[in-house]
Design a binder for this molecule. Structure first.
Ligand code: 5AD
Ligand code: SF4
Length: 431
């Protein structure tokens, strides 16, 4: 029996799909990257915004037609939509045969084995201590390793569904993490990203996040270390110091700001002020002048006035993020903000979002132009999408760069001189 997994959403889901692939491999199922060959199709889903959920549910109902030709085909849904809607999904969506929640992936072989003709199954109990210990992910088709260090989230930002779908925050043991990183490096994954909803609050016995980074930085088999996502309220001076003094930690930080208006930040339950956020950016840039800072911003949170929106806009202009993911606020049922009475009209949310996108496009363009003439080290990852003679790699500051080079360089580190910038891509020449 062959299975195919299609992954939506954040890197946590990418890492979870790799975990699920390993669980199914161990149970005797074989993975395929060709959906037409699959006997089991699994969708790992995201529900962070409504359009993410709509997109994947639309996709699943489309796949139902495959069952006409292949009657034994089973379709499953895992991840955050599975956790949010549970067995409701089986009633509303005829294409789906099984549903497994984010803490039930070890049960997947049992669930799939027990599906007899026309039977449907759902297992979505939350297990707030599940960290999938002693299970290595099955990584394929890329050179970056995602290593999960925490699961769940306790922050309850008022707009966010994640604490409800992924449960309470729990940290994996640092021994397990260090071992996983070492093995990933030995298997050729030289650029490692530690993952969690809020990595800065990692705590396992006496080991906090900066201490974990010190330990992982010593792993000899890897060359680069990153982590995502950081929360401004937990970003300590100790962490900045560790970042600045650890050779493997890359000069890139993703630090969601969400808003730069203090009243909105309070209503979002973010736990920091705009001034605090700005100060962190200054400290980071002082400690690491080459650091690239990226962010997430929400436009049109309930109650946001034009003046409050302007504060966010001006802060983005002032800080100049290398890149910012900008989102239109999307009410998620069950979260506090969805019940706020002062929801902003869709038209205004969209209009503010488009102003943020325009601003960030200009800033990113300027930042990328400024890279021309610099010499950068790239981790060569693949053949470029646009041209077979070009390779694509990532710099330490997380910028995709293409250059003319031989395929044998894939998986290695090279130095290039940046000669041009087109959109979000830099063009380099091999040194
Ligand atoms: N509406 C819009 N954006 C959201 N995000 C999370 N929840 C919502 C929501 N309900 C954004 C935040 C977060 C990113 C992953 O998604 O900016 O940092
Ligand atoms: Fe959601 Fe806030 Fe947790 Fe991030 S920190 S996952 S935005 S609740």
């Amino acid at each position: 029996m062959k299975f195919f997994i299609e992954t939506y959403g954040c890197q946590m889901n990418v890492a979870d799909s790799e975990l699920v692939a390993n669980i199914l491999n161990k149970a005797g199922y074989i993975s395929t990257s060709n959906i037409d060959e699959a006997d089991i199709i699994i969708f790992n889903t995201c529900t962070v915004r409504q359009n993410a959920e709509d997109r994947v549910l639309g996709r699943i109902s489309n796949e139902n037609k495959r069952k006409v030709k292949k009657t034994h085909l089973k379709i499953g849904i895992i991840g955050c939509v599975a956790q949010r809607l549970e067995e409701e999904l089986l009633k509303d969506n005829k294409a789906i045969d099984f549903v497994a929640g984010v803490d039930q992936y070890k049960e997947l072989p049992n669930i799939i084995n027990s599906l007899n003709h026309n039977q449907k199954r759902s297992k979505t109990e939350v297990n707030n201590s599940e960290v999938y210990e002693h299970l290595l992910p099955k990584r394929e088709g890329h050179f970056n390793a995602f290593v999960t260090i925490t699961r769940g989230c306790d922050n309850f930002c008022t707009y966010c569904i994640v604490p409800y779908t992924r449960g309470r925050e729990r940290s994996r043991s640092f021994e397990e993490i260090v071992t996983e990183v070492r093995i990933a490096g030995e298997n050729g994954f030289k650029d490692v990203t530690l993952l969690g909803q809020n990595v800065n609050s990692y705590q396992f016995k006496n080991t906090n996040f900066p201490e974990l980074l010190r330990k992982v930085n010593k792993v000899e088999s890897i060359k680069r270390l990153r982590f995502v996502t950081s929360h401004p309220k937990d970003l300590s001076d100790e962490l900045i110091e560790v970042m600045a003094t650890s050779d493997k930690i890359c000069e890139h930080l993703h630090l969601p700001m969400q808003s730069a208006d203090n009243e909105i930040l309070k209503r979002m339950n973010r736990g920091y002020s705009a001034e605090h956020y700005f100060k962190i950016v200054q400290k980071l840039r002082k400690a690491m002048p080459e650091i690239a800072i990226t962010s997430d911003i929400i436009a049109g949170f309930p109650g946001e006035t034009e003046e409050q929106f302007q504060r966010t806009y001006n802060m983005m202009k002032n800080i100049e993020f290398d890149y910012a993911f900008t989102f239109k606020y999307s009410p998620r049922k069950g979260t506090k903000a969805a019940d706020f009475q002062d929801q902003i009209a869709e038209k205004i949310r969209l209009e503010r979002l488009s102003r943020l996108i325009d601003l960030q496009t200009k800033i990113t363009h300027k930042k990328y132009q400024n890279q021309i003439g610099k010499i950068k080290e790239l981790y060569v990852e693949k053949v470029s999408k646009k041209s077979q003679s070009e390779l694509a790699g990532k710099s330490r500051d997380f910028k995709i760069t293409v250059f003319e080079g031989d395929k044998s360089l894939i998986g290695s580190f090279v130095k290039v001189k940046i000669v041009d910038a087109v959109g979000w891509t830099l063009k380099g020449e091999l040194m």
